[in-house]
Every structure is written in structure tokens, then in C-alpha cells.
Ligand binder design. Structure first.
Ligand SMILES: [Zn+2]
Length: 151
């Protein structure tokens, strides 16, 4: 999508780091691209980063917005890789999608989904329901007082 993405991912691959550090780096990168793409294209259904297909394609980012047909994309993915069985590595003709950590996945996809629901964070929802309870109680009080006045 963008040369700077390629640079970042490409640079990462040639530095010797622990797997944890690499995952962290990748998560940061993924989040950055995800947020950027979301601003550009709107809500993102799914985003994938391809981890093979030779150096010229390393770091390709596939952003799937709701318009993109899912089936085409699934067809291009390496099924063996998903099962952890692909031995072809960079020579495989199918896409190897680099996984992001579960925490990040939850964070990103929940965040974009949250826009659809009226509520936002857990904290604000809790305080809203608390003030709503108060409001309902006040309404009940008023109604009771009004009923009493009438009789
Ligand atoms: Zn493969």
C-alpha cells in the first residue's frame, strides 16, 4: 500500500530480535496501519499483512473493507500455512498472513465495532446507566407525587 510500510516491515525482518520483540514491533506496525487505513477508508472489516511471496511483496498490507468480496481473499491464502504445515515459506505461491497478537486483535476490532453501538467505553456506559437510574427514580417520584395530588 505504502512504501513506508514496506520499509518498516522490511527493516524488521533483517534485525535479529526475539520473537516477542518482533511480535511487539509487528503489533505496533499493524495498529498504525489499521488506524491510518480506517481514517482513509472508513470501517475496516479485516486487515491482513502478507508475510511471504518473496522480498518484493514482503509487508504487503491487505485491507479488507466491507466492499471487498471475502471469498476472493480467502482463495489466495495458503491453507497449509494457516494449519502451520506449510514448508514452502517464502517460495509458497499463496499468501501467508502474519498473525497479530490476540490482545491487539481484540483491541482493534472491538474499537471499530464500538462506533456502531451507541455506547463507548465500559466506564462511560456504567456512569450513564447510573445517572439513568437516578433519572428514572426521579420520574417515579414525580409521578407518585402527582397521583397523590390528584386524589
Ligand atoms: Zn504456503
Amino acid at each position: 500500500v505504502n512504501c513506508s510500510f514496506f520499509y518498516k516491515i522490511g527493516a524488521c525482518r533483517h534485525v535479529t530480535t526475539s520473537e516477542v520483540e518482533q511480535q511487539q514491533f509487528f503489533d505496533d506496525f499493524f495498529e498504525e496501519v489499521f488506524v491510518e487505513a480506517e481514517e482513509k477508508y472508513g470501517e475496516i472489516e479485516e486487515m491482513n499483512v502478507c508475510d511471504n511471496l518473496g522480498d518484493h511483496l514482503v509487508g504487503n498490507v491487505y485491507v479488507q473493507v466491507p466492499l471487498t468480496p471475502v471469498t476472493d481473499f480467502r482463495e489466495a491464502c495458503c491453507r497449509q500455512y494457516e494449519m502451520g504445515e506449510c514448508t514452502r515459506g517464502g517460495f509458497c505461491n499463496f499468501m501467508h498472513l502474519k498473525p497479530i497478537s490476540r490482545d491487539l486483535r481484540r483491541r482493534l476490532y472491538n474499537r471499530s465495532r464500538r462506533k456502531h453501538n451507541a455506547g463507548s467505553g465500559v466506564g462511560s456506559r456504567r456512569s450513564r446507566s447510573r445517572s439513568r437510574e437516578k433519572w428514572e427514580r426521579e420520574q417515579r417520584e414525580k409521578r407518585r407525587r402527582r397521583d397523590r395530588d390528584r386524589h
